[in-house]
Design a protein around this ligand. Structure first.
Ligand code: SAM
Length: 295
């Protein structure tokens, strides 16, 4: 299958070509003009985490209606950019007001359906650390809505299999009795992913308050794209999606409105290229501390 290579130019400047022909274009600008400069159907994967309208340091809190309108514009543009065999992964948590939570995936799902996309998984990303709530259970998951444009979408399951729990298990009856019953490449990682979020002592931590762990995006890049395909993150932050794409010889496109985050993203790409970027290995099991001796 042909790789998707958009050969993007922004204001006359071409994307930079890295090893093995992968391209990178990371810009400090608003995502709508950035996306409008890209050709139709040029992106195999659009993976992102938009602001949640919580008034974090990188966003201005606005009315719910304005937030939704802005998300609709970006999603519409993402659908235009999506290759027919491509995927959109929108990673979101909750909007919170006066102690009441509103899951953003519930609010945004109809927007994607209006664009005629098909939901393939609602992935639960669970992690161990976060705020300790006093008046409700502490939140320890967010979701990734994975949509495709058609039924003919790229899905490389073997690239993201994880070790089976019982690799020695065998069929105990029938014509294959005595043979190993599991896939020798491992099992499907399923739709609940336990991956540590990037907090203070995570090796990937930068000054961004809400960055993706690269391993989370790597799983999406490897399963939903092929080498040479193009990956876009329209809310790039410090470039975690670009790192995941470039690490696996995909092209990376992205933008963020904050120059400081773009500077860090560029530095991270340079460190990846020189082999000095520290990353948590994609499938490293979550550390379980030994039970504390209370005697
Ligand atoms: C949740 S963070 C994404 C972090 C990213 N996943 C990472 O790993 O660094 C959302 C980002 O969107 C950026 N942003 C907000 N509005 C934007 C816009 N209109 N265009 C581009 N970026 C925007 C913010 O500066 C912020 O870095």
């Amino acid at each position: 299958m042909n790789a998707v290579q958009p050969r993007l130019r922004l204001e006359g400047r071409p994307a930079k070509t890295l090893r093995r022909g992968a391209e990178v274009m990371i810009e400090c600008c608003d995502n709508l003009p950035f996306m409008r400069a890209l050709p139709d159907a040029s992106m195999k994967l659009i993976v992102t985490s938009p602001p949640y309208n919580l008034g974090k340091e990188y966003e201005q809190r606005r009315s719910k209606e304005q937030y939704l309108e802005q998300q609709k514009s970006v999603i519409k543009e993402a659908v235009r950019l999506l290759h027919p065999e491509g995927s959109i992964c929108w990673q979101v948590g909750n909007f919170v007001e006066n102690g009441e939570i509103e899951p953003l995936d519930i609010i945004l799902y109809p927007v994607f359906k209006d664009e005629k996309l098909q939901l393939r998984n609602r992935i639960i990303w669970t992690y161990g650390h976060g705020l300790h709530c006093q008046n409700r259970f502490s939140g320890r998951y967010e979701t990734i809505l994975w949509f495709t444009k058609t039924d003919d979408y790229t899905f490389n399951l073997d690239a993201v299999r994880i070790p089976s729990k019982y690799p020695q298990k065998k069929y105990f009856k029938g014509p294959r009795k005595g043979e190993f019953s599991g896939n020798p490449l491992g099992k499907n990682p399923a739709d609940v992913w336990d991956i540590p979020n990037v907090k203070a002592n995570h090796v990937e931590k930068t000054e961004h308050p809400c960055q993706f762990p690269v391993g989370l995006v790597e799983r999406l890049v490897l399963s939903l794209t092929n080498k040479g395909d193009a990956v876009l993150d329209p809310y790039l932050g410090v470039g975690s999606s670009a790192i995941a794409a470039l690490k696996h010889d995909r092209s990376a496109y992205g933008c963020d409105i904050h120059q400081r985050y773009i500077d860090i993203a560029q530095e991270r790409v340079a460190s990846l290229q020189s082999g000095t970027l520290r990353l948590r290995p994609m499938n490293r099991p979550v550390y379980e501390p030994p039970p504390r001796d209370t005697q």
